[in-house]
Unconditional design. Structure first.
Length: 82
C-alpha cells in the first residue's frame, strides 16, 4: 500500500512522545483503508527461553489501551507456552 498521500510518516518529529497515540493514528488509517482486509492482524515474535530460538506467528489484536496490547491466541498451542 502506498501511504504517500495519507500524511502518515515515520519521522521521529511527527511521532511525538506518546507511542500509543501514534499507533492509534496508524491503526485507524489502516482500518479505514479499503485494501486492508484485517488491520488487526499482526506478526508477534517470541524467543524460546531454553533454546533462544526465535519464532513468529500471526495474531489478531483484540484491542489496545494505555496498558498495552491484547491478542487472541490459542492457549494450548506451542506458541502460547513461549
Amino acid at each position: 500500500l502506498d501511504h504517500g498521500g495519507s500524511g502518515l510518516t515515520l519521522s521521529e518529529t511527527a511521532a511525538g512522545r506518546d507511542p500509543l497515540s501514534l499507533f492509534a493514528t496508524w491503526f485507524e488509517a489502516a482500518a479505514a483503508h479499503p485494501d486492508v482486509v484485517e488491520a488487526n492482524a499482526m506478526a508477534l515474535a517470541t524467543v524460546d527461553a531454553a533454546t533462544l530460538r526465535p519464532s513468529c506467528r500471526v495474531v489478531l489484536m483484540k484491542g489496545f489501551d494505555e496498558h498495552g496490547f491484547v491478542w487472541y491466541t490459542n492457549y494450548t498451542s506451542r506458541k502460547a507456552s513461549e
